[in-house]
Design a protein around this ligand. Sequence first.
Ligand SMILES: Nc1ncnc2c1ncn2[C@@H]1O[C@H](COP(=O)(O)OP(=O)(O)OP(=O)(O)O)[C@@H](O)[C@H]1O
Length: 574
Amino acid sequence: MRIMLFFIRAYPIQTLVMLLAQLLAGVMEGLSLTALLPMLNLAVSGNNGKLSSGVGKTVTSALQFFGITPTVSTLLFVMVAGVLLKSGLVLFADRKVGYTVARVATDLRLSLLRALLGTRWEYYLTQPMGGLTNAISSEVMRASSAYLQGTLAITYMVTAAVYAVVALLVSWKVSLAALAAGSLLMFLLNRLVQRTKKAGRQETALMHSLLSRLADNLQSVKPLKAMGREQLAERMLEADTVKLNRALRKQVSSKATLKSLQEPILMMLIMAGLYLSLVVWKYDLPKVMMLVFLVVRLFGEQKKLQQKFQDMASSESAFWSLRKKIDEAVRQKEPNLGRRQVTLNGSIRFDRVGFSYEGGAGCVLKEASLEIPAGSCAAVIGPSGAGKTTLVDLVIGLLQPQQGAVLIDGVALADMDMKFWRGQIGYVPQDTVLLHDSILANVTLDDPALGENEAKEALCAAGAWEFVSAMPEGMATVVGERGSKLSGGQRQRIAIARALAHRPRLLILDEATSALDPESERAICATLMRLRGTVTMLAISHQPALVQVADQIYRIEEQTIRGQLPGSAQASVA
Ligand SMILES: Nc1ncnc2c1ncn2[C@@H]1O[C@H](COP(=O)(O)OP(=O)(O)OP(=O)(O)O)[C@@H](O)[C@H]1O
């Protein structure tokens, strides 16, 4: 029930309105039920029928108070009116619950997305993408269904309480016996609810692990297939899949066992109650009929209540797993650094920067210094793993140095408004991943400030317009999953166009021309040279063409940055 307390706190108005509507619906049902006993009395004994219980007398007196003569037809009318009103209220409550379930799912998805996108880069890098996809799709659905099951359980609880009150008014002895027997039954069958809860927890953990591995494996399926080793991926996923199947079977068997045990036990209890009422306490027939009706309904609601409780128990763990992810991501929020809005006019400067990754093997940069004047083109070279991407991430502010400072126009990144700074950067990553969307959307990223003209201009500058305009649908061509319908070089040119479209002040190219043929690379270099003076460029490259046109060359080696004369680059672009 902890989960319901959480939901009630998060959605108090919606839950209160829904509960009030359910309560009113229960009262309406109760009213129509109280009319049943006098109606049965009148039907069995005619107008001389004696009302043997307080509740019957109360109903007839109430009707007489409003000037209505209690006859079979007026009592039937009261019952029908009560049932109709109850149905209207239940419809209202059900819609409210449905809307709130959708809202719970949307809120959870948005909270997780916002929290994740706002986390520190080093934390974000440790998150398994498959696990996050699982959280946003399957865990969110299971979590919101837990709210639905919980509210339905509360609804059945309210209705059961109404039947219990009416039954108490008719016969307290039978009602107390029924309530005691029902509670004992719920207690005994609770083991099955706990078993489902445990299996639900296993399902949550296994789905997370399976989806994390699946995403990893699917991304590397081409080399696995090419080497005839896809069965290795299959074997890796099989163990989790088999365990998941076991957890699901446990849930199914617990739910089926609960259902099949409830029915006969409740029937036996009703039979025992019938025996007591007719033989031991010798109640008259209308009263017994009324009690049978009430107890059957009471047990029916109790049966559904426990089933819904069990359904909620099986999905509940997905909600707590999601909350844990959201809370952890919130704790790992990227620090809100400074407020200074700097437009790169002077230089980018590293002042004795020292950096090592959390849990990394050691220092990546030590006492590293460099200066890139605004408007110039700098190339960063060095052996693999030397720290070139790390240097770029420090410039972007994705990583913060532990020693020294990264300064833009003399202002430390730590004092700058990061959103403003990053808004001026055009970034082309090492691994070009395009969205499964049109070329236009891939270039503009659906930024409302950018239209077809800006996209065309950027595609021309990136040397991509020729092949894009030759496509039957031009910029409307959809590039396929991760850009699979384009060649590696074409994907890179689209990525360069994307980085240029919003006219950045700083263009960062991380091995951005590695998949291009020499001619396309020369064309890109010519474009970059045209931008010289207005845009500052920082290019990590092993390609001679880019290095040759650079104004400065920096070589990262043994944790330090060394300047190199542009002319000497050709021989040492390792
Ligand atoms: N998230 C991380 N956590 C721990 N260590 C990391 C992380 N990212 C990179 N490293 C380590 O930091 C060092 C520098 O990595 P970096 O990616 O900056 O090198 P690089 O020069 O760009 O390499 P390449 O040319 O191969 O892309 C490497 O030793 C790498 O193993």
